[in-house]
Design a protein around this ligand. Structure first.
Ligand SMILES: [Fe+2]
Ligand SMILES: [Fe+2]
Length: 228
């Protein structure tokens, strides 16, 4: 999978006469990516602060540094997704070798997943989706449906785990594996759809101010929960 983020960067010219300036750039995890106005960054920015860039037409060298993310709201939600994927991986590992001894690992992964997901869905459903719904009603209806599907199957898994037999039979373990893998698939599918479709249109549709406002509201939801 290829991840893309947008950043606001400060560019200093190394060769040429242009003035230093702040640009919005799209950065991918691959080696080459286009900047606004036809610039190319020569190496991945993932995890890096500084970078070099050359213009396509004039082969002019620049260097710069990231000032701030230009899409802080989408980046915040992406970070939640990465956290959820960590728990999803743990869930899948436990499910793929399921045995009575591994049921507690499944329970741990599902509980951790639910903690992140509850806040994440609140951020999306109370703030992010309503902001985008008027412009993209069909896409948002699809996202709502996916949340609903995730909740349904997650409730089933949680109920099974809450009522685990003292000595689980193979049939019960098979059902836990089937439902757990379905939960894994639905969440992973939703994350991909959101990042490929929703965050892409949000990146173009929302203003930098919208992004900032949403990002600070997300942080409030996050810290409200941490304090509670
Ligand atoms: Fe979502
Ligand atoms: Fe999400």
């Amino acid at each position: 999978m290829q991840y893309q983020s947008h950043f606001r960067v400060h560019l200093e010219v190394v060769a040429g006469n242009a003035e230093p300036a702040v640009y919005n750039v799209a950065v991918t995890a691959t080696r080459m990516c286009a900047l606004e106005g036809g610039w190319v960054i020569s190496r991945s920015l993932a995890g890096q602060v500084g970078f070099s860039a050359w213009s396509i037409d004039e082969v002019m060298a620049w260097y710069g540094w990231i000032v701030a993310s230009a899409t802080p709201a989408c980046d915040h939600l992406r970070q939640d997704h990465r956290q959820m994927e960590e728990y999803l991986d743990r869930l899948l590992t436990a499910l793929s070798h399921i045995s009575p001894e591994l049921v507690s690992d499944v329970r741990g992964a599902v509980t951790s997943l639910q903690c992140v997901e509850t806040l994440h869905f609140e951020k999306e459903e109370s703030l992010f989706y309503p902001k985008l719904r008027p412009a993209f009603p069909d896409l948002l209806a699809q996202m709502d449906l996916q949340h609903q599907d995730i909740r349904e199957v997650e409730q089933h898994v949680a109920e099974m785990l809450a009522d685990t037999p003292e000595i689980p039979e193979q049939r019960w373990l098979d059902e836990l594996r089937r439902s757990g893998i379905e939960l894994y698939d639905r969440i992973q599918h939703h994350i991909v759809d959101e990042e490929d479709q929703l965050f892409r249109v949000a990146g173009n549709h929302l203003t930098p101010e919208d992004q900032e406002t949403l990002a600070s509201a997300f942080k409030k939801i996050q810290s409200g929960k941490s304090q509670g």
